[in-house]
Write a protein that binds this ligand. Structure first.
Ligand code: NAD
Length: 352
């Protein structure tokens, strides 16, 4: 039986993961597929219970699983720990590295009934349908880092191997082939040597995909274009830190970061999680939007298990509840009534 490691983590992770599981179990109940769901500790909750953000049995279970469903980690309670022990550096980054999850895929699509929830004008966001491929296990976040004493200084090294760049570009080109065949590679080649290297490799990989139109943008311009005229983008591919920033920016096109799903893949194996964090400001209050996590669960069915019909059903159910007017607090307009996390999960199950 395929194994799914379930890691609720911290903050709203503990509230949104049960909703995603509820939806997954409901959609699978009507099919012949069965999965073995097992829950494990991660993040600050794991620090509190077993004094490490990524316990060895969690890591073992994730290596052994076909897919991982993650809530989110982190929170103010653990912010004073040394950086390397904190939930983000101590759990998320090593998990991505250990599982070699080098490709982070984040679709950004505007749901018609949420157009008015975006802070941007309707005519700017209404046709947005893009996907960002972010390199996830290299670059600045994983390079050598440290401090010097005399004079006091700090450094983070940005290094990329050819293989690291080539494999994420290959995936992005392949995805472009199945979409509108437009790939935009984002770099900072006017300043960074690693970006010039990236651009050379992108140009070389493009020779294998002549039907895909490859363009290049500097990251500062890409940020501007994403809010100026986002529908120009189909597939965007970029390195780790640029992708981190651009995906949060792109999330606002869809109205709320609470709507944005993500997959981090190596082959068919993937870690699926919402694009947002643990939202300590609303944790424990039944206010979090569970839809990004529910949509991440749909991505899991699609990307790891090839269960496209079941993934479609979940995505259609999400569209239906939004069309019916269900809104969590992050999506309501002034004067509108919000539903809670659990009620939103129940509405999606009912819509299936
Ligand atoms: P965040 O994404 O947790 O929250 C940013 C804002 O968006 C907050 O106002 C929050 O209430 C809101 N928000 C986020 N998700 C929401 C949802 N599902 N429904 C409704 N509103 C939502 O980012 P942050 O505040 O910068 O970080 C909080 C903690 O999460 C930090 O410890 C950070 O390191 C961690 N973090 C973890 C991940 C991860 O686990 N992958 C990602 C980003 C941040």
């Amino acid at each position: 039986m395929p194994k799914i490691a379930v890691l609720p983590g911290d903050g709203i992770g503990k509230e949104i993961i049960p909703e995603a599981l509820k939806v997954l179990k409901a959609v699978l109940a009507g099919s012949r597929y069965r999965f073995d769901f097992q829950e494990f500790l991660i993040g600050g909750t794991a620090i509190d219970e077993v004094e490490t953000a990524l316990p060895s049995d969690t890591l073992r279970a994730c290596k052994d699983a076909d897919a991982i469903l993650l809530g989110s980690v982190g929170g103010p309670k653990w912010d004073t720990l040394p950086a390397i022990k904190r939930p983000e550096l101590g759990a998320l980054l090593p998990l991505r590295k250990e599982l070699n999850l080098y490709a982070n895929i984040r679709p950004v699509k505007v749901f018609p009934s949420l157009i008015s929830a975006s802070t941007l004008k309707e005519e700017i966001v209404k046709n947005v349908d893009l996907v960002v491929f972010r390199e996830l296990t290299g670059g600045l976040y994983f390079g050598d880092k440290g401090r010097n004493d005399n004079p006091p200084a700090a450094y983070d090294v940005l290094i990329y191997s050819e293989e690291e760049i080539r494999r994420i570009l290959e995936l992005a080109f392949q995805a472009s082939q199945g979409r509108r065949k437009k790939l935009c590679s984002v770099d900072k080649a006017n300043v960074l040597e690693s970006s010039r290297f990236w651009r050379e490799i992108a140009t070389d990989v493009a020779k294998q995909y002549p039907e895909v139109e490859l363009t290049h943008l500097y990251v500062d311009n890409a940020a501007m274009q994403l809010v100026r005229y986002p529908e120009q983008f189909d597939v965007i591919v970029t390195e780790n830190m640029f992708g981190d920033i651009l995906t949060d920016l792109a999330s606002m096109l869809s109205g709320s970061i609470g709507m944005l799903s993500s997959a981090s893949m190596c082959g068919k194996k993937g870690l699926f999680e919402p694009a947002h964090g643990s939202a300590p400001d609303i944790a424990g209050q039944n206010k979090a939007n569970p839809l990004a996590t529910i949509l991440s669960a749909a991505m899991m069915l699609r990307y790891t298990f090839d269960l496209h019909a079941e993934a479609d059903r979940i995505e259609r159910a999400v569209i239906k509840v939004l069309d019916q007017g269900y809104r969590t607090a992050d999506l309501v307009k002034p004067g509108e009534k919000a539903v809670g996390t659990k009620e939103m999960g129940d509405a999606v199950v009912a819509a299936l």
